[in-house]
Design a protein around this ligand. Structure first.
Ligand code: 1CP
Length: 350
């Protein structure tokens, strides 16, 4: 299957600029809210391959998107490691057994989490079958650092003081945890590849919390291990990998040097500056501020055009938001975004 999304990641010729939306299957879609209600709660939705398949396809059926992303969550790995993930209404993710002692880190199983995550590989197989080659399927994981922050904090956090205090007070234990997570992520992503995903993305949502040396030591180093450890060729196809560090503008060169195929940008970097810094080495994904989608259709079109005209060259750009879409966005504004990327982006370039 030749697709503009995969070709753009590999900097090969494309027919049109590809676009997908981070968190494209989610609460802003009424059909998602309906499926979630049917499931009872978010985790049941993730753990039922049939329902996960249904919601993955919803944005693909509604909009002219160029890629689908497996419906799941980054926190399924810590859940499989025994931390007991749950979602309390309106409060976001929580763990019933957070890592709050050094012993709990030492005790964490190093063994494969793959057998506890078969629901994800089952969902991938089912989604691939249903997509029937229409668009490629993206598999994903959290970065070890981002997963570690949730596991130590016991959920989301304002200042990540527990995770950062472990990093400063006991770096050896933090490394022990990150090592275990990197192995689990590699195992998990390779499982997704074997089940059929066409590309990978690693979400390092909280890498931007770190100062320069800490980022390199505690976040980037483990993403590099993942880039090295996953299968980049499988069943005759190249599986490109994209790295996303939110707040990662300072480290674009180092991220591009990881050996990844693409760097996803948040909205704080101008795409032309990023392209000047690293554009020859890797493809770029991004980077519309998700809040632009609150504005009028005219304004959305203008902002999309600004990004597209900043990017020079005929391939190597995958249009996306700079972070996940917010739950109160009008779905019709997503249509404006997707259609204007196709209208103003690269067209019929062979
Ligand atoms: O109430 C609901 O229905 C749950 C909302 C929701 C959804 C739709 C959560 C809870 N996760 C997801 C799906 C999800 N999460 C996807 C697949 C959907 C798609 O992209 O179409 C993906 C790729 C994620 C990734 C994810 N989960 C990240 C990394 C990307 C990012 O947005 O930064 C993170 C940090 C999470 C944790 C998480 N899961 C859910 C929430 C609300 C959060 C964030 C918690 C926090 O604010 O710290």
């Amino acid at each position: 299957m030749s697709s503009d999304y995969i070709n753009a990641l590999l900097k090969k010729p494309i027919k049109r600029t590809p676009v997908w939306v981070m968190r494209q299957a989610g609460r802003y879609l009424p059909e998602y809210r309906h499926s979630r209600k049917k499931a009872g709660d978010f985790l049941t939705l993730c753990k039922s391959p049939q329902l996960a398949c249904e919601v993955t396809l919803q944005p693909i059926e509604r909009f002219d998107l160029d890629a689908a992303i497996v419906f799941s969550d980054i926190l399924t790995i810590p859940d499989a490691m025994g931390l007991g993930l749950y979602f309390s209404e309106g409060e976001g993710p929580k763990f019933s057994h957070p890592l709050n002692t050094l012993k709990s880190i030492e005790k964490l199983a190093k063994s494969s989490v793959g057998d506890k995550l078969t629901y994800v590989s089952d969902a991938v197989s089912m989604i691939k079958k249903s997509l029937n080659g229409k668009v490629p399927l993206i598999g994903f994981s959290g970065s070890p650092w981002t997963l570690a922050t949730y596991m130590i904090e016991g959920g989301g956090s304002k200042n990540f003081s527990k995770a950062k205090s472990l990093m400063y007070k006991n770096p050896a234990h933090m490394h022990q945890l990150l090592d275990k997570l990197a192995l689990a992520v590699i195992d998990y992503l390779n499982g997704q590849i074997e089940s059929g995903v066409d590309s990978l993305m690693v979400f390092d949502t909280w890498g931007g919390l770190l100062n320069k040396p800490s980022y390199e030591e505690f976040s980037l180093r483990y993403m590099c291990k993942i880039v090295e450890g996953v299968r980049r060729e499988y069943a005759g196809k190249t599986i490109p990998i994209t790295l996303f560090t939110k707040g990662g503008a300072m480290w674009l060169e180092q991220i591009a040097d990881s050996g990844c195929d693409a760097v996803a940008l948040d909205w704080t970097t101008e795409i032309k500056d990023a392209q000047q810094r690293i554009g020859n080495k890797v493809a770029l994904q991004g980077n519309l501020d998700p809040c632009v989608l609150y504005a009028s259709p005219e304004r959305i079109r203008t902002e999309v055009q600004k990004i597209l005209t900043q990017f020079s060259g005929n391939t190597g750009h995958i249009f996306n938001l700079g972070h996940g879409i917010l739950p109160d966005i009008n779905p019709e504004h997503v249509r404006v975004l997707v259609d204007s990327v196709h209208e103003f982006g690269v067209q019929n370039n062979n």
